[in-house]
Design a protein around this ligand. Structure first.
Ligand SMILES: *Cc1c(COP(=O)(O)O)cnc(C)c1O
Length: 454
């Protein structure tokens, strides 16, 4: 029965659930990059996010080299790390050192990348409702591109750029009707969502013409992002074709578009029930194939291609380390279930409560020998939906005080974290070559009280 499946043991495989430098020592303790989780808990407390720096760098490098290889005979490619998945100064530096650029979607993300020393021309800015401050900051920092998301924004960016005497490099975010998630993609003519400009309705084409009419704007590229946690390649190929068809239309109007950004959304394996994600090279090849066809059919010069992976770079690199507290056995219609409470919850990982995301978990401080029992890992918040792991087989001799590790929490965990119940958000501890060091310190109650000026 799936509900009593224990977490797989770490294998050091990039397709595994655990980061590549996670293993169980002979004593049964989990260690990440040579540092035991008991030491991490003793030094930094729980819950803590534990980030395998080398694993994250390897995944970034894998995307960069896959894209460089696939587009070597075209016009080349760039990879923008989608900072919203998880961003800090250290992570910005690492991505930059690995040859990636940074995608941001707010002033906070933009300032974080800048504070890390990433130059503006290696940062992109997204958002369906950018503030004047955000646009001005992007212009002042000479950002690589601002992704235009609406018709009013064309005029707004044009005016702000004109006032500064600069020419703003912009992309237009298209909604092509291709949406993907998991293993499927769908193609619809209707667009009932807040992002982008519809190709089917002609709004995207109107925006492109409007941009071309402003001397303070340079239409640098087209952009598309089709969804998230996508584990198959077809949707990306379909979206690429749809975007490249718009580029062809633009060429017919005398509008030259040198760049195309095909977004992020590449999936990862959260539990063994998920298929392993195709490797970056497979996605890159599908995109390159669409570009080659476009170039052959239209005779246009190849565009510079970029992509924006977030989750697939950071999710598997991080685990959350909790301490087990109250354990409660309950009887349900489907049999007994053990509720295992930990010292965090929806404030450090909202995804299970937000959309039923599935995770797995393993006892990390030692290797208990007991049979797996049907367990649910829950947090300490005042909300019955405060679930960390819906169903996992945890050893029957797991006790309060044990450390529990939940893998693949690097994306949208800390970044969607909250202070619900005035819980302070955990720190992020990076681990590399036997050394553990904080890159984001744990929040304290004093940090929270410092905001309370009443
Ligand atoms: C969220 C987002 C990404 C990153 O998505 P992942 O699923 O983390 O790869 C990239 N681009 C845009 C525009 C996004 O909104």
């Amino acid at each position: 029965m799936r509900e009593i499946t224990p977490a797989p043991e770490p294998t050091g495989d990039v397709q595994g659930i655990w980061s590549v430098n996670t293993r169980r020592t002979d004593s049964g303790e989990l260690e990440v990059a040579g540092v035991g989780v008991r030491d991490i808990a003793a030094k930094f407390g729980t819950p803590s996010y534990v980030l395998d720096e080398d694993d994250m760098r390897q995944r970034a490098r894998a995307w960069k080299s896959a894209m460089d290889d696939a587009f070597a005979n075209l016009a080349g490619a760039e990879v923008f790390y989608a900072g919203k998945a998880f961003l800090s100064k250290a992570v910005s530096r690492w991505m930059s050192e690995e040859g990636l650029n940074i995608d941001t979607a707010s002033e906070g993300e933009l300032r974080t990348a800048l504070a890390a020393g990433v130059p503006g021309n290696r940062i992109g800015l997204h958002g369906n409702n950018k503030s004047v401050t955000e646009i001005e900051l992007a212009l002042d920092e000479g950002i690589a591109h601002i992704v235009i998301d609406s018709l009013p924004e064309v005029e707004q960016v044009a005016a702000l750029a004109a006032a500064r005497g600069v020419c703003a490099p912009v992309y237009v975010r298209l909604t092509t009707g291709v949406h993907a998630g998991g293993h499927d993609f769908i193609q619809t003519a209707h667009e009932d969502q807040k992002f982008g400009l519809s190709v089917n309705s002609g709004a995207a084409q109107d925006a492109m013409k409007a941009i071309a009419s402003h001397s303070s704007l340079k239409l640098l590229g087209l952009h598309s992002h089709i969804g998230s946690q996508i584990l198959s390649t077809e949707g990306f190929g379909e979206a690429a074709k749809a975007v490249l068809a718009v580029r062809q239309w633009a060429a017919g109007q005398g509008i030259d578009i040198p760049e195309v950004d095909l977004g992020g959304g590449y999936g990862v394996r959260y539990t063994e029930a998920d298929a392993p994600a195709p490797p970056p090279a497979e996605f890159a090849e599908v995109l390159a194939c669409a570009v080659r066809e476009h170039v052959a059919e239209t005779g246009l010069p190849a565009p510079l291609i970029s992509i924006e992976p977030g989750r697939s770079i950071v999710a598997p690199a991080m685990l959350t380390l909790y301490r087990v507290g109250t354990i409660k056995d309950v009887h349900t219609d489907t049999g007994p279930r053990r509720y295992m409470s930990v010292d965090g919850g929806m404030s450090d990982n909202l995804r299970p409560a937000l959309y039923g995301a599935q995770y797995t978990a393993a006892v990390a401080s030692r290797a208990p020998e007991g049979e797996p029992v049907r367990s649910r890992v829950v947090g300490k918040h005042c909300e019955s939906g405060d679930i960390v792991v819906h169903a996992v087989g945890l050893p029957t001799d797991t006790v309060a005080g044990d450390l529990l590790a939940v893998p693949v929490t690097g994306a949208y965990g800390r970044s969607m974290g909250s202070n619900y119940n005035m819980i302070s958000r955990p720190g992020v501890v990076a681990v590399r070559d036997g050394r553990a060091y904080e890159i984001l310190r744990r929040e304290t109650i004093d940090d929270q009280l410092a905001l309370d000026v009443g």
